[in-house]
Design a protein around this ligand. Structure first.
Ligand SMILES: [Zn+2]
Length: 383
């Protein structure tokens, strides 16, 4: 039986142990140790990494009384080995997992919310709560969770006796069999969990709930904590900094600056549209129909202006086409007085490699033919 050092102390980063067994497993080896601080995974937390006797640890698993360390090369039984945890990875996971207990514990106390889903991603936790929360309630939850961190509230993990366990009102995601391990955050939460946790809430550093959405009658919340919360804030800060210098305003005034920009854009769009319309009128006025038809090629212009051009063209003749864009990427509008364009839309679109539809009087869409192909199509079509 392996001594579970990770339950005695979740902060052991290195330890020495004796190799008690080593069995080949495929092209790897499963090694048992007299004691281990490598957590084999469970409670939603993945197993630890690190090195055993200098050999990289591929994975750890628990089966019955045994804990197997999978290595790429064998270790001789009886040998004393130095073991090293991938502490950065383990500590980051403990920050995330312990933060999740605080948030779910608070939501349980305040709203009676159950934790109906929990997934640890490499740099965040996705958790589901069974109650819907407003934006204000989510802000409260985030603030209170951080208050627990600032208060440096202790975490206590233990295996209670049967009688003690029966008397305790603890949270649990499923019916538990065998020894139940409890994780208590004083005054905040009591929850069954087999994973290693921080010893003091202050180790978590920071808890953020950057995303939340309604999900199956409750909420699906993204949680970041510790290093991962800091990294996210740094990324956001860099994005805000870039925007702020691009728009020459301090970050807190970005909102108004973007609003101003959008309204300027709206105004310019309207002005452009008016100018395009005027240009189309001039173009249509000076155009002379050929064989009772008119066709126009214009630079990029909006669809309204293009439609206006075709309508103006149709005042001079019975068939009019306008193409806007460039070789291979055109917007088109075809207008007719007297000819059923809708009935011909399939063959028209096939000829110009287009997509579009409309009424008997007007077809519109986009096409990918070259200008030469469009000219050729038009010769055939109106001739
Ligand atoms: Zn847990």
């Amino acid at each position: 039986m392996t001594e579970k050092l990770y339950y005695e102390n979740s902060h052991i980063r290195s330890f020495s142990a004796r190799v008690t067994a080593c069995e080949a497993a495929g092209d790897t080896y499963e090694v048992e140790l007299s004691a281990t601080a490598f957590f084999p995974g469970g409670g939603g937390q993945l197993c630890d990494g690190g090195t055993v006797g200098g050999v990289p640890l591929l994975s750890v698993r628990e089966e019955g009384e045994h804990i197997y360390h999978r290595l790429a090369s064998p270790l001789e039984p009886g040998r004393e080995v130095e073991c090293e945890l991938d502490w950065e990875m383990r500590f980051g996971r403990m920050q995330l997992h312990s933060a999740e207990h605080i948030v779910c514990g608070l939501a349980h106390r305040r709203w009676g919310a159950e934790n109906s889903g929990f997934h640890m991603n490499p740099d965040s936790v996705t958790l589901d709560l069974t109650v819907e929360l407003s934006e204000e309630e989510l802000l409260w939850l985030e603030r209170e969770a951080n208050r627990i961190v600032w208060a440096n509230t202790p975490f206590r993990c233990w295996f209670p006796e049967k009688e003690e366990l029966a008397a305790l009102p603890y949270r649990s995601k499923k019916e538990l069999t065998g020894d139940v391990r409890l994780v208590e955050i004083e005054g905040v939460d009591l929850c069954a969990c087999c994973a290693p946790h921080v010893q003091l809430a202050g180790e978590i550093g920071l808890i953020r709930l950057p995303d939340a959405m309604r999900h199956r009658g409750g909420m699906r919340i993204t949680l970041r904590a510790g290093r991962f919360a800091l990294e996210e804030e740094q990324k956001r800060g860099a994005v805000l900094g870039g925007l702020s210098s691009a728009l020459s305003v301090p970050p807190e005034r970005l909102g108004e600056a973007v609003e101003r920009l959008l309204s300027t854009l709206e105004r310019q769009k309207a002005e452009l549209s008016q100018l395009q319309r005027a240009a189309m009128e001039t173009l249509a006025r000076s155009a002379e129909p050929e064989n009772g038809a008119l066709r126009f090629f214009v630079d990029a212009c909006d669809r309204d202006a293009l439609r206006a051009l075709v309508n103006l063209g149709l005042e001079k003749c019975a068939l009019c086409a306008a193409f806007s864009g460039q070789d291979g990427a055109w917007q088109y509008i075809l207008g007719s007085r007297g000819r059923d364009l809708r009935a011909e839309s399939r063959s028209i679109n096939a000829a110009i490699r287009g997509k579009g539809g409309g009424s008997p009087e007007m077809l519109q869409g986009s096409c990918s033919a070259s200008r030469q192909e469009l000219e050729h199509f038009w010769e055939e079509f109106h001739g």
